[in-house]
Design a protein around this ligand. Structure first.
Ligand code: HEC
Ligand code: HEC
Ligand code: HEC
Ligand code: HEC
Ligand code: HEC
Ligand code: HEC
Length: 385
């Protein structure tokens, strides 16, 4: 009897522990899979990941004694979107895998290593690619002139996206890999507990069979959005962390669209100082630029999101959730879920102009393509229904 009781208590305790412990995915495996102590073996420099045949032919030594830089480990240029080496899985952002890309997209569309031909307009020309954008001189919609920012766009560090967004690329992300928290990221006050190491961004990371992927309605990341975009009233700290400008950058609203808006401010904010520099002066139509971080109305054409599917979540045209979910949901709720930058764009690069998720020139009113791209939300604009 007593024994049973103790067993039950233990069982409950274990279940509690399993339920409350954060969904951690800290790195496991031999140090030597990823690190080299002196960048030297038998008197020669240690081979680095992704060195052979890549545009960024890397040579060490690298900070934090890693065997490669960001693209060395994440852009090996193979035909696998997830590369497995000595028991570790390395998510790839530059590859030729015909079975698809990870959620962020694939920088190989920019160089033409994959897709319908090279084009700078297909993505973010990160400096590490060694192929800067020939058209854009900085982020369109930037809070200075785009040239104040310039064409240097790094994976992390100052003028970068991942990490603290200050200092050099390694200092910006230091410590995040070994502490990485997967699944629900609803704290986002450190790099390791932020969505995909994006400072201050919340979300839910798909960690199932299709980890890192937006595969189908039931297997995808969940993005965080809001019912109001960031409002700019002259306060610098909606983006900057003191001291300005070296303290780093994070979006004060913690949403993925506000993250994009830290560099593309005019495309996201409600700007109280100059209304022409935002989406308009409130969250109601008519707008000046396509809104993000506003809720899909539960009326009119929007109530039919993904027409004919009972509002099934579309990975071709995803939406953001206005509370950080603790699991993946396969439906969209007009009236609660929000339109975001990533409803139309990918984060790294796609096979389409303007980094879009689909071919904009195929969005033809009356063209009979209802259910795709813009029509996923604007369900009446194909047939005028
Ligand atoms: C699967 C790859 C991988 C393996 C295996 C790995 N590391 Fe790392 N480690 C990294 C990366 C990437 C960084 C640099 C980026 C960062 O800090 O987020 C890093 C950073 C570090 C740092 C500096 C930052 C910090 O977290 O303190 C130390 C120290 C470190 N590793 C020690 C180790 C030791 C010791 C082992 C073996 C027990 C090991 N690592 C195994 C990938 C790995
Ligand atoms: C030595 C190899 C190595 C280097 C160098 C490295 N990474 Fe990683 N990175 C990994 C591995 C392995 C994982 C997968 C960890 C896991 O399974 O959660 C990872 C995961 C990530 C993730 C996804 C985290 C998540 O939420 O699942 C991001 C973002 C990332 N790395 C960014 C970077 C950036 C930016 C750099 C350069 C500053 C970098 N990495 C350098 C090996 C590396
Ligand atoms: C750290 C600053 C920064 C952040 C954050 C950022 N961008 Fe950009 N973006 C740039 C720069 C710089 C360019 C111009 C250079 C280029 O396209 O490579 C650009 C260009 C673009 C382009 C045009 C691509 C082209 O070449 O025509 C799109 C679309 C875009 N960004 C969307 C986004 C989205 C969506 C997000 C959020 C997921 C985002 N950006 C976040 C800096 C940023
Ligand atoms: C919408 C977001 C946002 C707001 C609001 C904002 N900034 Fe910035 N600011 C940025 C980003 C992004 C950078 C680029 C930082 C980097 O990656 O190097 C930047 C860079 C800077 C720099 C460095 C200039 C340079 O070229 O490196 C200064 C100085 C600066 N901001 C001042 C301010 C001041 C002062 C305010 C308030 C009046 C302000 N910013 C408001 C996003 C913002
Ligand atoms: C994820 C859903 C979604 C997608 C995808 C989408 N929109 Fe929208 N769109 C909205 C919402 C929500 C509004 C604002 C509705 C409101 O409040 O009246 C809007 C408004 C608009 C407006 C009217 C702005 C105004 O002032 O009322 C136009 C025009 C528009 N969208 C065009 C497009 C085009 C073109 C595409 C494809 C490139 C597109 N949208 C894709 C959700 C979406
Ligand atoms: C409704 C779909 C949709 C949403 C949402 C959306 N975009 Fe776009 N974006 C487009 C389309 C379509 C283009 C192509 C040019 C055009 O029609 O303005 C574009 C072009 C761009 C460009 C290139 C501009 C240039 O000068 O070449 C940037 C940068 C950009 N978007 C950033 C963003 C950011 C940042 C967000 C979120 C704050 C966002 N977009 C939200 C559809 C969208």
């Amino acid at each position: 009897m007593k024994c049973n009781h103790l067993f039950n208590l233990l069982l409950i305790f274990t279940i509690c522990l399993l339920t409350i412990s954060p969904l951690s995915a800290a790195i496991t495996g031999d140090c030597s899979n990823c690190h080299t102590m002196h960048d030297s073996q038998n008197g020669s420099a240690t081979a680095t990941f992704g060195a052979a045949g890549q545009p960024w032919t890397g040579t060490g030594p690298y900070r934090m004694l890693t065997k490669g830089d960001c693209l060395g480990c994440h852009g090996m240029g193979t035909a696998n979107k997830i590369e497995t080496l000595a028991g570790n899985s390395f998510p790839q952002v530059y590859h030729t895998d015909a079975s698809g890309d990870l959620a962020g997209g694939n920088f190989a569309y920019i160089t033409g290593a994959k897709g319908s031909g090279a084009s700078d307009a297909k993505g973010h020309n990160v400096t590490d690619l060694g192929n800067s954008d020939n058209t854009l001189t900085g982020p369109p919609g930037y809070h200075g002139t785009p040239t104040d920012f310039g064409t240097t766009l790094n994976c992390s560090g100052a003028r970068g996206c991942h990490g603290t967004r200050s200092g050099n690329s390694s200092a910006s992300i230091k410590g995040a890999h070994h502490k990485n928290i997967d699944g629900q990221c609803d704290t986002a006050d450190q790099i390791y507990n932020s969505y995909r190491f994006l400072n201050g961004v919340k979300g839910f990371e798909n960690m199932g069979t299709y980890k890192w992927q937006n595969k189908d309605a039931s297997n995808h990341n969940e993005y965080y959005g809001s019912n109001t975009p960031m409002t700019y009233d002259g306060t610098c700290t909606i983006c900057h962390i003191a001291p300005i400008p070296t303290g780093g950058i994070k979006p004060s609203s913690n949403t993925i669209s506000a993250f994009c808006g830290t560099c593309h401010r005019a495309f996201h904010v409600i700007n109280q100082l100059d209304v022409t520099q935002g989406i308009g002066d409130d969250t109601a139509s008519p707008f000046l630029r396509h809104p993000t971080d506003i809720v899909l109305p539960n009326s009119g054409e929007y109530a039919n999101y993904n027409q004919g599917t009972s509002n099934q979540y579309s990975v071709e045209t995803p939406v953001a959730r206005t509370t950080v979910p603790s699991s993946i949901s396969n439906t969209v709720t007009p009236g609660a879920d929000a339109v975001m930058c990533l409803s139309c764009h990918v984060a790294h690069a796609s096979n389409y102009a303007d980094m879009l998720r689909w071919d904009y020139s195929a969005m033809v009113a009356g063209g009979g393509t209802n259910g795709t791209g813009c029509f996923t939300c604007h369900t009446s604009k194909d047939d005028g229904s």
